[in-house]
Design a protein around this ligand. Sequence first.
Ligand SMILES: Cc1cc2nc3c(=O)[nH]c(=O)nc-3n(C[C@H](O)[C@H](O)[C@H](O)COP(=O)(O)OP(=O)(O)OC[C@H]3O[C@@H](n4cnc5c(N)ncnc54)[C@H](O)[C@@H]3O)c2cc1C
Length: 387
Amino acid sequence: MGHSFQFDSITLPPEAERLRQEVRAFLRDEIEAGSFVPGSGDMDSKYNPAFSRKVAAKGWIGMTWPKEYGGGGRSFLERYVMTEEMLAADAPVRAHWTVDRQSGPVLLKYGSEAVKRTLIPQILRGECFFCIGLSEPNSGSDLFAASTKATKTDGGWLVNGRKIWTSNAHRAHYMIALLRTSPPTGENRRHGLTQFVIDLKSPGIMVRPIVNLAGLHDFNEVVFDDVFVPDDHLVGEVDMAWKQATDELAYERSGPERFLETIGALRGLVAAAGNAPDDRVAAGIGREVAHLKTLRRMSVSVAGMLHAGKSPVVEAAVVKDVGTNWEQALPQKVRLLAPTQGAVAGDNSTDFDHIMRYTTMIAPKLTIQGGTREVLRGIIARGLGLR
Ligand SMILES: Cc1cc2nc3c(=O)[nH]c(=O)nc-3n(C[C@H](O)[C@H](O)[C@H](O)COP(=O)(O)OP(=O)(O)OC[C@H]3O[C@@H](n4cnc5c(N)ncnc54)[C@H](O)[C@@H]3O)c2cc1C
């Protein structure tokens, strides 16, 4: 059989387009009420639990989760439309983003009944946020090298070691952590890792800030010193997490967040160029919008394939690779296209400078988070039968 990838052609169903109007109306009301200002935010102000509670009240956290657990029972395509509207409006969604996108689905699939019954309702109310504990000082792209240990004890496990680059660990309530429970075997070096849900208030946990290039405290080092985790906080099968952690990444890699993180620069350029841009600027804007439209179609296609029960791992990696490269290059392209300094009118000038500064400083991280460029290209090459 030949190796290839395929992007199915997807048309969003009418219920998704109806939802789009509902989300837009909600966002318009929120902007008018001053709950956030599009384009003014940095990563800090995008973490807004009060806003997350309002999103939850609309039923837009856990909207694809089973009704049995209080979820919305709606489709991936509806969720796609909701998330792209939130991101395009620059809404402050970071508090609930991780739990809605991946931790919640992982708990529903692999978590114990006790954890599901306790945590899922809090998550759905927008009161319980998660972070992801995969990376360690000596385990990044190669997750199977993780060495932070969970050792069996009476009624649970004792955790010792360190996680690093953990986004929002200083604000989240829980972490889903990938921990070593046995050594790898000769035949399978992926064997021996287990996922746990860890209450970040547990004694023995220290969260140390790491300030990023933009001067913000967004990620952390998390140190575990004999932290007790009860048995029912085990997520899935002991020693078999490699399968679960890989599933989780498919959700993480394909969404509109993989090309919309610096979109404010393009929006700023359109505003700065005004109604009569010169030919060079108009052509430049047209080119970037064409790229964006293509990326969006590819990303919607992956959402459609997930919805259809397929496993588009290679296609998701392509979306992330092409998408993050595009959004990473965007601020520099905008900088070259933008009207010269002083030509951007009045208040717009400050906003434009602000968004350019912010998007330029976050650009380097985009091709690292959620799988580096080289690692994704390795996955794509394998999918194409090239390695
Ligand atoms: C903004 C941001 C937020 C993050 N948030 C989280 C989080 O919340 N939770 C979490 O667990 N982690 C998080 N991370 C960590 C992120 O997942 C890792 O940085 C990433 O997986 C790379 O691991 P590393 O930094 O150890 O680099 P390494 O894996 O050491 O890679 C170093 C270089 O070697 C290359 N390389 C590595 N392996 C290969 C290979 N097989 N083939 C070719 N090239 C290779 C890489 O592409 C890279 O260029 C975050 C990172 C960033 C930038």
